[in-house]
Design a protein around this ligand. Structure first.
Ligand code: FES
Length: 144
C-alpha cells in the first residue's frame, strides 16, 4: 500500500483541526510547489505549548502531517518544538512516499512560523530557524 496505516488514520481522522481564538501564536505558510496552505495556532503557557490546532488547505499527506505535528508538539517546550523536523513527523507516521515528502515540510514550516510569531510577541529575538511569513503566492490569500 502506498500510504501507511498511520497516514491514512491521520488523514481520515485528523487530530486538532480548527482555530484557537485567543492563540498566543499564529503561523501560516504555503507550499510553492503546489499552492497548498497551512495555518497553525498555538496556545503557550510558561514556554510550554499547551494547545495546537491547524487548518490545512491541502493534500492528504499535508493533512496527515499537520495532524501528527500538532500531536508531537503538544506539551513540548517552545525550544523543543523548534527542533521538530519534517523527517521526524514523517517517521512518526511510519513514512511517506518520497514524492510526498515535500508535503511534510509544510507542517514543519507552519510550526516554525507560529513560533517566530510567539518570539516576536514576547519581544524576544526571533531564532534563525523560524520561518519568516511572507506574501502568499496564491491569489486571494495573504500571510499575516
Ligand atoms: Fe501540496 Fe501535498 S501536494 S502539500
Amino acid at each position: 500500500m502506498l500510504y501507511s496505516e498511520k497516514v491514512m488514520d491521520h488523514f481520515e481522522h485528523p487530530r486538532n483541526v480548527g482555530e484557537i481564538m485567543d492563540a498566543d501564536a499564529v503561523g501560516q505558510v504555503g507550499n510553492p510547489r503546489c499552492g497548498d496552505i497551512m495555518k497553525m495556532y498555538l496556545k503557550i503557557e510558561d514556554g510550554v505549548i499547551v494547545d495546537a490546532k491547524f487548518k490545512t488547505f491541502g493534500c492528504g499527506s499535508a493533512i496527515a502531517t499537520s495532524s501528527m505535528a500538532t500531536e508531537l508538539i503538544r506539551g513540548k517546550r517552545v525550544e523543543e518544538a523548534l527542533s521538530l523536523t519534517n523527517a521526524a513527523v514523517a517517521e512518526a507516521l511510519d513514512g511517506l512516499p518520497a514524492y510526498k515528502m515535500h508535503c511534510s515540510v509544510l507542517a514543519e514550516e507552519a510550526i516554525k512560523a507560529a513560533l517566530g510569531d510567539w518570539y516576536r510577541r514576547q519581544g524576544l529575538p526571533v531564532p534563525p530557524e523560524c520561518v519568516i511569513q511572507k506574501e502568499d503566492q496564491t491569489p486571494g490569500h495573504t500571510y499575516e
